[in-house]
Design a protein around this ligand. Sequence first.
Ligand code: ADP
Ligand code: MP5
Ligand code: MG
Length: 568
Amino acid sequence: MASATFLSTLSLANKNYLLLTPTHSYAKGYTSNFRVSNLPSIVVRKEGSVRSQGFVAMQEKGGSTLSDDSRTKTPHVLTVAGSDSGAGAGIQADLKACAARRVYCSTVITALTAQNTVGVQGVSNVPEDFVAEQLKSVLSDMQVDVVKTGMLPSVGIVKTLCKTLREFPVHALVVDPVMVSTSGDVLAGPSILSTFREELLPMADIITPNLKEASALLNGMQLETVDDMRSAARLLHNMGPKNVLVKGGDLPASSDAVDILYNGHNLYELRSSRIRTRNTHGTGCSLASSIAAEVAKGYPMLSAVKVAKRFVETALDYSKEIVIGNGPQGPFDHLLRLKGHSQDCHRQQPFDPSDLFLYAVTDSRMNKRWGRSIVDAVKAAIDGGATIIQLREKEAETKDFLESAKACLRICRLHGVPLLINDRVDVAIACDADGVHVGQSDMPARVARTLLGPEKIIGVSCKTPEQAEQAWVDGADYIGCGGVYPTNTKENNITVGLNGLKTVCMASKLPVVAIGGIGVSNARAVMEIRTSNLKGVAVVSALFDRECVQTETRKLHEVLLGSNIGST
Ligand SMILES: Nc1ncnc2c1ncn2[C@@H]1O[C@H](COP(=O)(O)OP(=O)(O)O)[C@@H](O)[C@H]1O
Ligand SMILES: Cc1ncc(COP(=O)(O)O)c(N)n1
Ligand SMILES: [Mg+2]
């Protein structure tokens, strides 16, 4: 249901805009609903006046002649669907899919279902009037780009939706004509079929029936092969939607997951490999929401469908072994986060500054010189009493580094010792390390934080109070200050000395670990500067450029215990 007609593009101040004109006379007064997200738009009113829209205003920040509204436009999908208490399908799947695809999602709930991985135990419809009230609340205020529909359990609710959409037109309408859950339970009875066909489908930019739904809309037509799906797509297109996607998740005896997309001109056969998993509850809802999300971002329909299908496939593959519920059809994990906490791994603890006490930093050259693997070096340091490990493998190939990091992580988790990765945020994410340590010329801590999330540990190397303040502002957990003494692990490294260390500690709101040329002979002197936030020493050569890492670590551990730090 396009709410505006594309006229042409317009260049203003070297920026491209789409010129749109409202297609519905009743749209007057709701022109804020006319928006496309990939290009800013200008609505040309019937009278011929050009009125700027919010998205234009964003592009025109600073000295704008069109508007001085500088808010940015967030792609927005409104889902009109049923709640699934098991959160695998329905509203809950839509919210997760939209979050995973990075668009805002508002919700109008049409029904509550008592549902789990076994099936649907109960359904309670929301009164029609209250569906209307929810729709008005959202559509009158929130600049929705795309409406996506799921479970619409009664004729009255379908009619209410169509009426409200005529009052509040949006850029696109995605209709997932949900009728029967994969468990076989009825979510919308056959009485709604005629209203679907006559009112809702003609307004849709795309409809996404599965095999059973396509068959129901086509009076029970048999759908058993890809050729049947092609015929069904053409017949459904005659009912008025701009695009039809017939989904083949349930196609018998197909080794691929095949969907057919028809836009009235071209017929596309979209294939992906079929993931062998029980966790397919909610694939249909998630696919439709992801299509809506891509359309809200401004992508054309074919690429929206392709990206959405790839997303569902990836999430299914990622989630194929997760176990939630006892029934035949489990939910999957949209955010690709639930996997990876295997039984032998302890869950990561929140950052404890006292972990900085004896901080062992590995060095690939030293390991090579002494003929030991990075894993052996880490094991020995932990056995000697290291309280945190950082892998600093400047020369390693990424693939090798990742494999070693995974092996080190298993050892660290067994001993409850956090493992950080130097510089390489990508490697830290890939192996699910406990965090990263970054330098002043590496990725800024604030960016690392957005990539790693709130629970990971981030440390930053700082030499000055200003850098320490910035690390705090950027959301770091600790700072590493040095080089306290000259060191040959870093070329051209400025030494800050004990005074520099003290100055930074006093200025820092974060816990500090001292680094640079520290070993058994001088660790005590470092700790004796006695500022309460100096929590320990970080050591490279004094542990790893030695014959026996475990012995050296143990010696340093004793010195540090003798200096009685961390208790001040
Ligand atoms: N096992 C699977 N592996 C890969 N893709 C799948 C699998 N099952 C379903 N899909 C895909 O998920 C989407 C939803 O399809 P389907 O399960 O048929 O819909 P519904 O959930 O509405 O019954 C489609 O793109 C389909 O191809
Ligand atoms: C509330 C609600 N909406 C939609 C579905 C369909 O999802 P699926 O086809 O994956 O069972 C469902 N089971 N529950
Ligand atoms: Mg399914």
